[in-house]
Design a protein around this ligand. Sequence first.
Ligand SMILES: Nc1ncnc2c1ncn2[C@@H]1O[C@H](COP(=O)(O)OP(=O)(O)OP(=O)(O)O)[C@@H](O)[C@H]1O
Ligand SMILES: [Mg+2]
Length: 265
Amino acid sequence: MTAPTTTPKIVARGVWKVYDGVTGPVEALKNFSLDVDDGEFLCIVGPSGCGKSTFLRILADLVPASSGSVDIRRSGNSGRPLANVVFQEHAVFPWKTVLENVAFGLEMRGVPKDERRNRARAWIDRVGLAKFASHYPHQLSGGMKQRVGIARALANDPEILLMDEPLGALDAQTRAILQEELLKLWEEERKTVVYITHSIDEAVLLGDRVVLMTAHPGTKKAEFPVPLARPRGIHTTATAEFGELSYAVWEALRDEVVAAMEAGS
Ligand SMILES: Nc1ncnc2c1ncn2[C@@H]1O[C@H](COP(=O)(O)OP(=O)(O)OP(=O)(O)O)[C@@H](O)[C@H]1O
Ligand SMILES: [Mg+2]
């Protein structure tokens, strides 16, 4: 369950984003507001092209909002990075070993070599890649590469973790295994997470809350608290509560998916 808190960790207010498209301005996000509590696992689902990745990039400070505000509350002056992102693919440097990849953020922050190697090794162990520390990404499976991306982000100990369909490119079985691993890691760490997925089942399995966005331009359509007990795992998906909640989210999403398809996005 979400840790009780008075001030949210993330406060996004009236965020708009207009890109300069090839044929004119593209309104990607429209008046999107969202609060995320400290230690909350928040999932965002919405039709393709509705601005989910745009919102994540704004949170990560990779692109500026056209208007509105985004605040991420720091927990003291720890010098920790504000946000780290795990992307769907290409999340790892092909020319670096697993160890070097996981230690990368720490290296950028000037953490001394021995300490960063120790921290990286600890995270490599936790994601089950101990035997692969000196392998290069091309020697790993897709699921292993995503584990490297997740370990790299967590080793850096950011204030918030942003995940943009991190398991989207994986086959269903590998995905189920990684969902369970991610649940276990998160249930130990309780880091604030914003997690984007196309899979309603994944959102309901992982999240404390699921936020649903409208078709392009994206704004908030509905939100669903997920009261399922933790620790969760794939067994959770076999419960009636899980099925009912997933179906409720799908019912609310269906119109938006049709609208996005009709708009050709
Ligand atoms: N750099 C850019 N320049 C112009 N338009 C962009 C740019 N990036 C995204 N867009 C447009 O903004 C809209 C939102 O894109 P975004 O990638 O945020 O959607 P999304 O919800 O993540 O989609 P998907 O589910 O397919 O990943 C789309 O119409 C897209 O074409
Ligand atoms: Mg996207």
